[in-house]
Ligand binder design. Structure first.
Ligand code: T5A
Ligand code: NA
Length: 206
């Protein structure tokens, strides 16, 4: 039997696809179910790497694309130990963006996909990736869109194409241009099942 541990569930998608909104509502439901869950988001803007990243995203700092790529990855490695401890203790984690965003955004600038994948190799592999899909036309109408670097239609379309290349059988793609509750309804059961599978040790981890 596989070792029992918490589940690592990642939400991915383009800018303003609703990741933060869905994590909030799913977290409430899963906690009400009595499950031990917490949340994390990347970039974590509170650490020193995160502050540099945030300044870059707000277009207040100029950095080489490859340096930024490594900073985003470092920002995830900073959390590795803590995430490992939580999962081992049976806490499941809902993560707002992960290494897939790192790879998709840098590769969409024209950098080699294999080079982009390198720095995140060895991070904890998620048990489920929920991909919120909506067209860049829909997303650009959402509030706050355009305030940060990367939030333009042409670039977002390229990112969307790169995400397609990263999908595996652990990905669940959900169309997110629908009422918030409908999207939640579609993703909550797969999340619950993944958490219960990991806790019972019946899910193949990694
Ligand atoms: N990045 C990130 C990299 O380049 N490399 C990396 O390694 C990583 C981790 C910042 C940027 O950094 C890049 C990607 C990003 O460009 P971020 O901090 O996650 O990453 O920023 P955003 O993706 O822009 O996150 P947002 O928080 O702005 O978008 P969300 O979380 O997808 O969307 P959310 O839930 O905040 O919703 C956005 C708006 O839409 C509404 C919400 O109310 C809100 O106003 N909304 C809906 N409206 C209608 N219908 C629905 N179903 C809706 N759901 C939400
Ligand atoms: Na954004």
């Amino acid at each position: 039997m596989k070792k029992s541990r918490g589940a690592l569930i990642v939400l991915e998608g383009l800018d303003k696809s609703g990741k933060t909104t869905q994590i909030k509502s799913c977290l409430e439901i899963l906690k009400a179910d009595g499950l031990d869950v917490c949340q994390l988001s990347f970039p974590d803007r509170t650490t020193s790497t995160g502050q540099l990243i945030s300044s870059f995203l707000r277009e207040q700092t100029i950095l080489d694309d490859r340096a930024v790529h490594l900073l985003f990855s470092a920002n995830r490695w900073e959390k590795w130990k803590e995430m490992n401890e939580w999962l081992s203790n049976g806490t499941s984690i809902l993560v707002d963006r992960y290494a897939y965003s790192g790879v998709a955004y840098t590769a969409s600038k024209g950098y080699d996909l294999d080079w982009c994948l390198g720095p995140d190799k060895g991070l904890i592999a998620p048990d489920l990736v929920v991909y919120l899909s909506a067209s860049s036309t829909v997303l650009e109408s959402r509030s706050g869109y355009g305030e940060e670097r990367y939030e333009n239609k042409a670039f977002q379309s390229r990112v969307s194409e790169t995400f397609e290349k990263l999908k595996t059988k652990k990905w669940l793609t959900v169309y997110s241009d629908r009422p918030i509750e409908e999207v939640t309804h579609d993703i909550i059961t797969p999340m619950r099942n993944t958490i219960r599978g990991c806790l019972s040790g019946s899910l193949e981890s990694g």
